[in-house]
Design a protein around this ligand. Structure first.
Ligand code: GLU
Length: 511
């Protein structure tokens, strides 16, 4: 019988979550939902030296913002395998380290930092790859070289030790990766990894494998950077005798810099002006700031959509997907083996598509906040603000641009695009503007079509071509050269604002 699908996102709280991590969480989430399984969040905080305060909260908030919600785990409610934070599971790991020692798959090592350094120096001098392995272990202070008595004494004394995995010397470890196909490693390339320390803390490898086992994980879907750890993990499953419940592995391709040259990093984002983190972050240790998608005006649905497409494709041309559609379409078979280049313009394009689809009512609070900051909120009705949103959203890529591109709906222009004025203003313009102004006063029903009618009639009367005048008229009314349909703007700002703005332009530019 097939196992129930259970997958996990297992970040270490060592800093803000990179968007590559968000993508890993997303693929796990989609995979779980697609197969009616469970997606859980486990915090892997066994390396206390790398712990960063606030990082765990950041991870939880980022997943909530993106709508990638686990069904079990820290921040999302305990499930049957609580606790989900490895530091709280600390007492569970010792027995597993001991089990491996008893079965001859691991051993105690008492080497000091100097001993290890000495070994490295020695091996380097003879041009040998310096690692603690099947060959070097016989020259070190461990339970394979020391007498049983000596080992017993040291343990009794409370001498610090680590437990190392006893790697087979030269063995081909072959496994089937759901994305990469057959992958093989020779244990000669690896070293006897530390699994457990005498302070009672397991290392990543032991805790990760033990927890995946205890939490009944069926598929390990994680970043490519963990591929080199997979053979050790597989050997651990074998050593424990858990091969029959070993999860399937799927290593996701890297997110690459826009030029494809290496892994996408914070520095690329800083240099090229785009976020590589979901939310803003202030590093409590270094004081360094990192910018986030949320604060940059991205919508979570857009970020989810664009991340889904970085490394996976649906096999057709569809680019826009809701999370439900992604769940339906997602499969590991369509995840690519090669790295996915981050494309800043495409990211912006995705956001634009989602901003345009936003309901005016959903956008209005963002604009209202800006109006409050400007001290203008009380002058405008909710309907007016929503109508403005409806007009400008077509022109926006990011929600936080809304005030900048809609200011002129709320205040008369105080500056004008002078390039346009210089190019288009001539001695015929004042009379034309006067006529438009006075004719507008006479229209019975003030609306976009009526304004356009007045405008066309006036142009006709003055023998001026529309294409020469429209942009100038726009600059007179709004101050800037681009924007939503002009007669819609004129309609919304109303008769009185039209009058004022035309008068003001006449004063400014008629000499
Ligand atoms: N704690 C590891 C990380 O930070 C987990 C890797 C895995 O998923 O096995 O990504």
């Amino acid at each position: 019988m097939d196992r129930r699908v259970r997958v996990r996102f297992a970040p270490s709280p060592t800093g803000p979550l990179h968007i590559g991590g968000v993508r890993t969480a997303l693929y796990n989430y989609l995979f779980a939902r697609k197969h009616g399984g469970d997606f859980l969040l486990r915090i892997e905080d066994t390396d206390q030296t790398r712990f960063v305060p606030g990082a765990e909260e950041y991870i939880i908030e980022a997943l909530k913002w993106a709508g990638i919600e686990p069904v079990e785990g820290i921040g999302f409610g305990d499930g049957p395998h609580a606790p989900y934070r490895q530091s709280e599971r600390k007492p569970m790991y010792k027995q597993y380290a001991m089990q491996l020692i008893e079965a001859g798959h691991a051993y105690y090592a008492f080497d000091t930092a100097e001993d290890l350094e000495g070994m490295r120096e020695r091996l380097k001098a003879s041009n040998v790859d310096a690692k603690y392995d099947a060959i070097t272990r016989s020259t070190m202070k461990n339970s394979l070289t020391l007498s049983e008595d000596e080992v017993g004494k040291r343990l009794e004394n409370g001498d610090p030790y680590v437990v190392r995995f006893k790697l087979p010397r030269k063995e081909e470890v072959k496994f089937h990766d759901e994305i990469r196909g057959w992958v093989s490693f020779n244990t000669a390339q690896l070293d006897d990894k530390v699994l457990y320390k005498s302070d009672g803390m397991p290392t990543y490898h032991l805790a990760n494998v033990v927890d995946d086992y205890l939490m009944h994980i069926s598929h390990v879907i994680r970043g490519e950077e963990w591929l080199p750890s997979a053979p050790l993990h597989i050997l651990l499953y074998r050593a424990f005798g858990w091969e029959d419940v070993m999860p399937k592995f799927a290593h996701l391709p890297l997110l690459l810099k826009p030029d494809g040259n290496g892994k996408l990093s914070k520095r690329d984002g800083d240099r090229l002006g785009f976020p590589v983190f979901p939310l803003n972050w202030l590093d409590p240790n270094s004081g360094e700031k990192s910018s986030g998608y949320r604060e940059a005006g991205y919508l979570p649905e857009a970020v989810v959509n664009l991340l889904a497409m970085l490394g996976w494709n649906p096999g057709n041309n569809q680019e826009l997907f809701t999370i439900e559609e992604l769940t339906e379409a997602f499969s590991l078979e369509r995840v690519s083996k090669s790295g996915a280049k981050f494309d800043q313009n495409k990211a912006k394009w995705y956001n634009q598509q989602y901003v345009r689809k936003l309901d005016n009512k959903a956008l209005a609070p963002i604009l209202t906040t800006a109006l409050i900051n400007e001290g203008l909120a009380s002058h405008f009705t909710a309907e007016y603000v929503e109508a403005v949103c409806g007009l400008v959203k077509e022109k926006m890529s990011f929600t936080n641009e809304i005030w900048d591109i809609s200011k002129y709906f709320f205040q008369d222009p105080s500056a004008y695009d002078l390039g346009v004025i210089e190019k288009r203003w001539n001695e015929k313009i004042p009379a034309l503007l006067h006529e438009i102004k006075s004719e507008i006063e006479t229209v019975e029903e003030y609306n976009a079509a009526a304004i356009e009618g007045v405008y066309n009639q006036a142009l006709n009367n003055h023998g001026i071509a529309g294409k020469d005048f429209l942009q100038l008229f726009r600059v007179c009314l709004t101050g800037i050269a681009g924007g939503p349909p002009l007669f819609e703007i004129a309609n919304l700002i109303g008769k009185a604002a039209m009058r004022r703005r035309i008068e003001h332009a006449l004063q400014e530019f008629s000499k």
